[in-house]
Design a protein around this ligand. Structure first.
Ligand SMILES: [Zn+2]
Length: 51
């Protein structure tokens, strides 16, 4: 599996609070917030990619 550090960085937006954060996109499309993981600090785990 590719190292997390090699995944492209993008910006993820939390669908609950709308907060943007730097994230890495995994091969399966999962967004992981850098420094926070799969969940926004507000507790929401629904992230979408900012476009
Ligand atoms: Zn949030």
């Amino acid at each position: 599996m590719t190292a997390l550090q090699d995944r492209p960085t993008t910006v993820a937006i939390c669908e609950q609070c709308g907060s943007p954060g730097a994230a890495r996109e995994l091969e399966d499309g999962t967004l992981l917030l850098i420094g926070a993981g799969k969940r926004c600090p507000c507790g929401c785990d629904r992230l979408r990619r900012f476009r």
